[in-house]
Structure formats: C-alpha cells, structure tokens
Write a protein that binds this ligand. Structure first.
Ligand SMILES: Cc1ncc(COP(=O)(O)O)c(C=O)c1O
Length: 406
C-alpha cells in the first residue's frame, strides 16, 4: 500500500463554509484528549455553556452543542418539538427551508409551506396569512440567514407574528450566529440551532442548540416519544445538564469541543457587537470592489447578509472554470450556486476569521485576474482601491482585527 498521511494544502476559505479556522482553534483541537466524564472536561463544558449563552444572547438553561453538524441541530429542534399530527409552517426561500420541510414530514407532522423567491427574505405578510389560515399551527420554522442565497430574514418580526398567533418558532441560525445580530432572549426565539463552521470559524461538526422555557414545556408535554434516540434532548440533557452527576449518553467529541470552546472565547474577547461590525465593514469593502468591477448582487440591499455575498456570474463566463482556477492557482475557495441558483451565481463567504482585510483584498485581486483571463466584461484596475478606501476608513475608526484583543 502506498497510502500516506493526508496533508491538505493551506487554502483561503471564502465559500459558504467551512470558513478559515483561527490558528488558536486549530491549536486547541490538538490538545491532549481526556475522558468526556473527566472532572476537568466537565468544568470546561460548564464554561462552554456560559460562552454559548453569550454568543446566542440567552439565559436558556437548555443550551448545548449537539455532537454533529448544523443539519443535526435542525433535526434536533424539529424532532423534539414536532409530533405526528402537528402543523408546522415552514418558510422556504432557499435550500435550507426545503430541508426543514423534509424533516417536518419525516416526523409525521404536516408542513404548511410559505414560499418566497430565492434571494428574497421571508415575507412576513405571507407568514401572517398562513397563520390566519391555520390557527392550529404549532410551530413556524424559518432560516434566519439563508446561505444558499445570502438573504437575511427578519427573525424578530417573524417570531412576534408566530407568538401573536400562539405558535412557537424554530430558527436556523447556522450562518447568522457570530456574523450578524441574533438576540435569542430579546426576540423571544423558542428554539434555535447553529453550526460551528461558519461565523464561529471553528472546525465543522458541532451544532449549538438552545430551547427556551416554552420549548422545554412543549418537549415535556409530548404525546409521543421523540423518534430519534440520539437527538432526544431529554436524554442528551442527562449528560449536558447533569451538573456534577453527568451520565453517559454518547462519547462527546472531546477535541472538537476544545475547538468550539476556543472559538467562543475568541468571540467573547472580540465582543459580539464588534464581530457583527467587522463582518459588516468587510462586506462593504468587498462589495465596493465587486461593484467597481461591475459585478452585481442578487439580494436587494436591505436584506443582504454581510457574511454571504451572492453575485451574478457575468454573461458568457464558465463559472465552474473560474472557481477551479481560483482554487488551483490561488488556493482560494469560493462557492457555487445551489439548487435554483446553480450555474448562475458565486457565493463569496466572509465568515468569522475569513472576514478580514487580507481576505477581501486577496479575493478581489484573484477574481479580477481570473476574470480578466477569461475575457469577462469587467472593469479592471478599480476594485482594489475601492475596497482599500473602506478598509482604511475602518482602521481609522480604531477597530481591532479578530484575535488581536487582549
Ligand atoms: C442555513 C443552513 N442551515 C443548515 C445547514 C446544514 O449545516 P451542516 O452542513 O453543518 O450540516 C447549513 C450548511 O451550510 C446552512 O447554511
């Protein structure tokens, strides 16, 4: 056998996730593995819960990282709260709303679909009409930051509407957490899940989940057992919520959790508002460069996510070839379009550690070079100065780079 150790190249990750992992997180993951019931590990888990509560802006006692990626967070919220016979209003304005619907169906619940054009936020009026037409709906489920399009929906308004009609909400915050404002307690979100690999800049494979008291009550009052043993929060809590008497449920991914702990610590050191600001500022710089080249965004300005920039592929350009050249020549990953947008857009991520001046300049420079090679109809020589202007203005306002806080 000639199989050798795997040594991946150092890429610059500016796709829809995973994002660049902060060196402090990579170093944390490489620390010695200890037992998942070791008292020192258990103490680290308590700190992690406090850090997660800060990141999510919640005091929810049921706040924990599920030992699997964002899809498992989605499934955790849905299998624990939706039962056979329940009605769930599912908002779909991209790929991930569709997955929520699939999960709802698999629980034996009935999805009521509210559809919006891809690239647009969820329309609150349509959700209100669905709530009026289905007064017995138990849950409204929606994606806060739709990674497939770059559209941000108004989580606060949608939650208020659902509550006005007696329904709970399940919010997908996989791409929003750490990148744009998300206030679980203030907005009264009932159940929320996220992912480690986007704006937290951690390694992939963990999904923070949080339930408020209302969601916990709904879980306690279920008519039937949760269909998934692994994701049944009443069982998972015997490990995560057991204090000093934690019982074995599954072997926690010890080293990955060191990484998440470090990622959340970095976020706390930077400060949530500063992290949101950083994503926004670098989005504006990237946008200035892209628009100076003549490239166009697909999401209307008011609903744009700073961390996911979906831009139209110029006419006549082979989008896959451009991505392949960026990867092979510059070690730079940007994302392709998904589903209805496949072949039509590129998705440029500015998530977590990737949301930096270095990445903005690198991406604009590489993209301009590759598009010039392909004879794409872009304006040359103007993107970098347009972006630099905003980067310098940010520096003059005195903002720190991520990880540089004391
Ligand atoms: C909005 C959204 N929800 C859910 C997921 C699923 O997360 P994961 O791929 O970590 O399972 C993703 C992943 O990109 C996402 O962007």
């Amino acid at each position: 056998m000639s199989i050798k150790s795997f040594h991946p190249p150092v890429r610059t990750l500016m796709g829809p996730g995973p994002s660049d992992v902060h060196p402090r997180i990579l170093e944390a993951v490489a620390r010695p593995t200890i037992g998942h019931l070791d008292p020192l590990f258990v103490a680290m888990m308590d700190d992690m819960k406090a850090l997660l509560q800060y990141a999510l802006q919640t005091h929810n006692a049921l706040t924990l990282p599920v030992s699997a990626p964002g899809s498992a967070g989605m499934e955790t919220c849905i299998v624990n709260l939706a039962e056979p016979g329940d009605k769930v209003i599912v908002c779909q304005n991209g790929v991930f709303g569709g997955r929520m619907r699939e999960n709802v169906e698999r629980c034996g619940a009935t999805p009521i679909l509210v559809e919006d054009e891809w690239g647009r936020p969820v329309d609150a009026d349509k959700v209100e009409s669905a709530l009026k037409a289905h007064p017995d709906a138990k849950i409204v489920a929606f994606v806060h930051a739709e990674t497939s399009t770059g559209a941000c929906s108004d989580a606060r308004t949608l939650t208020r509407l659902a509550h006005d009609h007696g329904a709970m909400v399940i919010v997908d915050a996989v791409t929003s957490l750490g990148g744009s404002p998300l206030k679980v307690d203030e907005w009264e979100i009932d159940a929320v899940y996220s992912g480690s690999q986007k704006c937290l800049s951690c390694i992939p494979g963990l999904s923070p989940v949080s339930f408020n008291q209302r969601a916990v009550e709904a879980l306690k009052n279920r008519r039937s057992k949760v269909q998934s043993w692994f994701l049944d929060l009443t069982l998972v809590m015997s490990y995560w919520g057991g204090g000093t008497k934690r019982a074995y449920h599954h072997t926690a991914p010890v080293n990955a959790l060191y990484g998440l702990h470090e990622a959340l610590l970095l976020l706390q050191e930077e400060g949530l508002e500063n992290a949101w600001r950083r994503h926004w500022d670098y989005h504006l710089a990237l946008r200035a460069g892209l628009e100076a080249m003549g490239l166009r965004f697909i999401v209307p300005e008011a609903a744009r996510l700073p961390q996911l920039n979906a831009i139209l592929v110029p006419e006549g350009v082979d989008e896959a070839q451009v991505r392949a050249t960026l990867l092979s020549r510059y070690n730079l990953e940007i994302g392709a379009g998904l589903g209805a947008l496949a072949g039509k857009v590129w998705r440029i991520g500015l998530m977590g550690y990737s949301a930096s001046a270095k990445n903005v300049i690198y991406c604009l420079s590489a993209l301009e070079a590759v598009l010039t090679d392909t004879k794409a109809p872009i304006r040359r020589g103007v993107a970098l100065s347009a972006a630099q202007k905003l980067i310098c203005e940010r520096e003059q306002r005195g903002y720190l780079a991520v990880g540089s806080a004391p």
